[in-house]
Ligand binder design. Structure first.
Ligand code: C5P
Length: 216
């Protein structure tokens, strides 16, 4: 099967030297890409700016902004079987990017922000045959918020990720709950992200298989 996996943060430029971003390290997405490759699948990894080594035998496409990630995803998913949106895409971007470095002033500054396009929702709601997995990084009411996103973003699986503590973002460890559309859930207890990725891959492949057998 062909997997398209996104990883890492996006950067939304304010001026030539400044940007808005978040603390995503990309480790979870890279580990999922390696797990899919190790399970014998073709993998395209679309990655925001991270300081990780590109996995071997995986096609890596490097992007910076949410708009670039959107274009790369839109192209890559056309002939894919599984799309996993693990990237921490910025929810807002500056309304305009200054061409020159904004000068320091003594007065309070404000920055007009506009919402970025929701890549996952746009791709998952368009007519599609491939299987879609979303991620929900939450600091409160984790399962409730993730279940809402499973439906509102039209995903087949949603991986709920509590990022309120020391694990999750910027950490080599994670703990997740995978939510299914039929109400089932699987908890993967705290472990290194490489182990979490392997467990996730088993759950994703088995859910994919169930969906295929249901349709035939
Ligand atoms: O930011 P939010 O909690 O809505 O993110 C949930 C899911 O939506 C994640 O899988 C994330 O990659 C995706 N997302 C996206 N485009 C955005 C914001 C989030 O694809 N602009």
């Amino acid at each position: 099967m062909k997997f398209v996996i996104t990883a890492g943060p996006t950067r939304e430029p304010i001026d030539p030297v400044r940007f808005l971003s978040n603390r995503s390290s990309g480790q979870m997405g890279y580990a999922i890409a390696e797990a899919a490759r190790d399970a014998g699948h073709e993998v395209v990894l679309i990655s925001g700016p991270v300081s990780l080594v590109a996995p071997k035998n995986v096609r890596v496409e490097l992007v910076t902004t949410s708009d670039e990630m959107f274009s790369a995803v839109e192209r890559a998913v056309r002939d894919c079987d599984v799309f996993i949106m693990c990237a921490a895409v910025a929810d807002y971007k500056p309304e305009a990017t200054a061409h020159e470095k904004i000068k320091k002033q003594n007065a309070t500054q404000s920055l007009a922000l506009v919402p970025t396009r929701d890549i996952l929702t746009t791709i998952a709601k368009a007519p599609r045959k491939f299987f879609v997995v979303g991620f929900a990084a939450e600091t409160e009411n984790v399962l409730e918020n993730a279940r809402r996103k499973l439906t509102s973003k039209n995903c087949d699986l949603m991986v709920a990720n509590d990022v309120s503590g020391a694990i999750g973002m910027e950490s080599a460890e994670n703990e997740v709950v995978v939510l299914h559309t039929n109400g089932e859930k699987n908890r993967i207890t705290r472990a290194p992200k490489k182990i979490i990725a392997r467990e996730l891959m088993k759950i994703i492949l088995s859910a994919c298989e169930k969906r295929l057998t249901k349709k035939t």
